[in-house]
Ligand binder design. Sequence first.
Ligand SMILES: [Mn+2]
Length: 389
Amino acid sequence: MTDRTPYAKQVLAAQSIEMPSWAFGNSGTRFKVFAQQGVPRDPYEKLADAAQVQRYTGAAGSVALHIPWDKVEDYADLARHAAELNVRIGTINSNTFQDDDYMLGSVCHPDAKIRRKAVEHLLECVDIMDATGSTDLKLWFADGTNYPGQDSIAGRQDRLAEVLAEVYARLGDHQRLLLEYKLFEPSFYTTDVPDWGTAYAHCLKLGPRAQVVIDTGHHAPGTNIEFIVAFLLREGRLGGFDFNSRFYADDDLMVGAADPFQLFRIMHELALREVILPESGIAYMLDQCHNIEPKIPGQIRSIMNVQEATAKALLVDRDALEAAQQAGDVLGANAVLMDAYNTDVRPLLAEVRAEQGLDPDPLAAYAASGYADRIKADRVGGSQAGWGA
Ligand SMILES: [Mn+2]
């Protein structure tokens, strides 16, 4: 067995996962949003909280913004604020699902005036990318229908293609359009971008800077997500991930909480192609909400879960795996994978952190810092940011 530990440590030390700004605001379900004390009141405070996650993990270097939830007067100033906190602005996420006009859809709406309004929002998001230095525009559409006959399924695809082409044409040469799919919800009969195949087909028509985002929570139970990863990677169309967990349907729980083995299998496909690090161009993001758990520790735990799955994937003995595969040794090949998965990588990650000058236990270090009490005391007055605000 080859010793892959030095290689794994080197990759882990350079890994970076993007945090969602909305993870730090209040969140809930369609039934109830539970308020927590000390929650940020504006995007500047969200970045300050995100910087805590980076401070204790060293593996969370960027923050995704969501427009209009993170609207500010001066985006260049927000980007400067981020840099001072040792994080940077990552993906710009658009929102065409929280306006009365979008009841029947946004970019697929039958009324051209509503579609125009949605396009203008998406173009504004590209302006914000220009101002913040962000390179990625992430699109997720709540568009779809609830009842058979409600609208033309094919007609909606035509409208979608037209809008995507206009937005793609507006991008700079260094910018990308990342198209996210979701099986269902909020629409319950048809969804206009329900799966990776639909997203992939639209991206192919647009051009090479249009790529697919895999949100791990957006599939039917039992879907083999690592197959989708391998396929899109091979085609050069894997733009990024929205990591989270779901038990039943999309619920944005902490990545690796529901099925750490699935996360390992996904990371294994990525490790095989050596695309774990930021320079691979794959945007590794969390898309989570912490409804009942504290938010900053929730993000720290999530980063650690990704690190653990990554460490195990990096430890897979590729020579032994390939030899077993070539020999048709089914049990042997499977055992190589399981040996890596069953390795306790926590000591290895503690070592990686110590070598970076970090506390080997990020959660304990954060808890001991007193930051949680400070923000509870400081952030009194004003209105706290929440899901959708
Ligand atoms: Mn998502």
